[in-house]
Design a protein around this ligand. Structure first.
Ligand SMILES: *Cc1c(COP(=O)(O)O)cnc(C)c1O
Length: 508
């Protein structure tokens, strides 16, 4: 077993060596163990000083002032605080928000929460190009719009929103603009002044920093304050109380300091890898690009390549890609069992959303890893297609021994997630051989294999008697998937019916 190739940098990145060193230094230095809020003694002031140095590094990457950055537990919390905190602080000015259906769950769920409190939310849908057009934002603004929340770079496709144009529109319309920059910070230049961004969410672990730390930029003049979500000791000007985690903050500061020095170099590196992988995958028929990664540079971050594969079932595809640590649109490996809502909103069918694969690249990614990933992917798709319903053996009577009857039965559909085709050779009332072609999850495939085993050599009538629940129990298939096994039963019964019909015809 070769080591897994990690291509999931959009989900999290390894902590940079220098960052580990910085964190270790803080943890190993007794003086820095003081509470940074303990300004009455020297160790407390020293801890506060390293926190402030980190705050300055984070601010510098986005051209903000250090006192406009408050630390949170990550971008999820920053998104919650930006949206819920701003809305509640400004509720006397209006009750309307604008966001998009392609946002991260942290934004969607925050907006949904406010909708439950009586806020009106406009959920923008991307245009045919997959992007949120500035004109669509302008059209959505109402006199009482308090906040527009749109991400800079999408975490599934890497597609980039024109936040500068949207910033100008929000200023004109009197609304504040919040931007989730968890994927773009350190990957694309961000200037909150030039882009007219009022609030901006950041995460350390997407940029070679530690998990559990992030930040929210809050424009000093335009926003001033947000209503806190937590209550306690008044840290971070009361907007995010709680003892500051000095080592985490120093780690984030170091990660952001490094990112600032190599943003161009990092971008060229991942774009080259993405183009290298896409040039290989593009050659495989039925591999479709999700997003703009293949079309120039300005519309994407460059670190993500998201593709869907036609004619291949998502869970089986991901099972076949076990050697690769990639993100999937299918149920088997992700927390929710709906196929990627982002790809659905972008117009992909449920089947294509489920058969999507997100490759994402980082500083450590090499050409060799990308080439291996392309080989593994190519092999997986080829093997799955060889056993898919579309590629059955030519089903004619030619060359069959006298007395052989051919029967074929199918059931299900690819859109519904399962399609099965059985082909049987029947001689003297027995199943001489049986073949299955499957578009389905690994469980369905295993159940089909078992059916073939059980029925080969059996009396032909057995085709109509196979009990799918027995197959399921036998193979340890979870009950919630048992419905898929009914497709196998239907296909076998159709196969038997086809044999019945064939018998009525004159022998060839
Ligand atoms: C990862 C991510 C988040 C969540 O960040 P955490 O720091 O893990 O909470 C939010 N938004 C986007 C776009 C992300 O990619």
């Amino acid at each position: 077993m070769t080591a897994t190739i990690y291509l999931d940098y959009a989900a999290s990145t390894p902590v940079a060596r220098e960052v580990v060193a910085a964190i270790t230094r803080v943890l190993g230095e007794p003086v820095l163990a003081a509470n940074p809020a303990a300004g009455t003694h020297a160790p407390g002031r020293q801890a506060a000083a390293v926190v402030e140095r980190a705050r300055a590094s984070v601010a510098a990457l986005i051209n903000a002032d250090p006192d406009e950055v408050i630390f949170t537990s990550g971008a999820t919390e920053a998104d919650n605080l930006a949206i819920i905190g701003t809305a509640r602080f400004r509720k006397s000015r209006g009750r309307h928000l604008v966001t998009a259906l392609t946002e991260h769950k942290a934004v969607l769920e925050s907006c949904r929460h406010l909708a439950g409190e009586g806020w009106r939310v406009t959920w923008l849908r991307p245009g045919t190009d997959g992007l949120i057009a500035p004109a669509a934002v302008a059209a959505a603004l109402e006199p009482d719009t308090v906040l527009v929340s749109l991400m800079h770079a999408n975490n599934e496709t890497g597609d980039v929103t024109d936040v500068a144009a949207i910033g100008a529109i929000c200023r004109q319309g009197g609304a504040l603009l919040h931007v989730d920059a968890a994927q773009s910070a350190g990957r694309l230049p961000i200037d909150v002044r030039a882009m007219q961004i009022d609030l901006l969410s950041l995460s350390a672990h997407k940029l070679y920093g530690p998990k559990g730390i992030g930040a929210l930029f809050i424009d000093r003049e335009r926003v001033r304050r947000v209503e806190p979500l937590l209550f306690g000791g008044g840290q971070e000007r009361g907007m995010r109380p709680g003892t500051l985690p000095t080592h985490q903050i120093v780690g984030m500061g170091e990660a952001f300091r490094i990112a600032a020095t190599r943003i161009g170099e990092d971008r060229l590196h991942v774009m080259r890898l993405r183009d290298r992988l896409w040039s290989r995958l593009q050659a495989i028929p039925g591999v479709l690009l999700n997003g703009h990664a293949g079309q120039g540079t300005s519309q994407t971050t460059g670190h993500i390549l998201n593709v869907s594969v036609a004619g291949v079932e998502g869970e089986s595809l991901h099972a076949a890609l076990e050697e690769l640590a990639v993100a999937s649109g299918s149920a088997c490996t992700s927390l929710t069992d709906e196929p990627s809502y982002v790809l659905r909103v972008l117009g992909r069918s449920p089947a294509l959303a489920r058969s999507s694969v997100r490759f994402s690249f980082g500083r450590p990614t090499t050409d060799r890893e990308v080439d291996r990933a392309a080989d593994v992917f190519n092999r997986a798709v080829t093997e799955l297609r060889e056993r898919a319903p579309g590629s059955g053996p030519p089903f004619t009577q030619d060359g069959e021994p006298a007395g052989t009857l051919l029967a074929r039965g199918e059931a299900g559909s690819e859109e519904a997630g399962t399609r099965v085709v059985f082909a049987a050779r029947v001689r003297e009332g027995r199943v001489a051989s049986l073949e299955a072609r499957v578009f389905g999850c690994p469980h369905t495939r295993a159940a089909c294999d078992r059916a073939v085993q059980l029925l080969t050599g059996a009396a032909v009538a057995e085709l109509g008697r196979l009990e799918p629940r027995l197959l399921g129990a036998d193979l340890g298939i979870p009950p919630e998937k048992a419905g898929r096994l009914l497709v196998i039963q239907d296909a076998l019964r159709n196969c038997l019916a086809d044999w019945d019909n064939a018998q009525l015809k004159p022998a060839p």
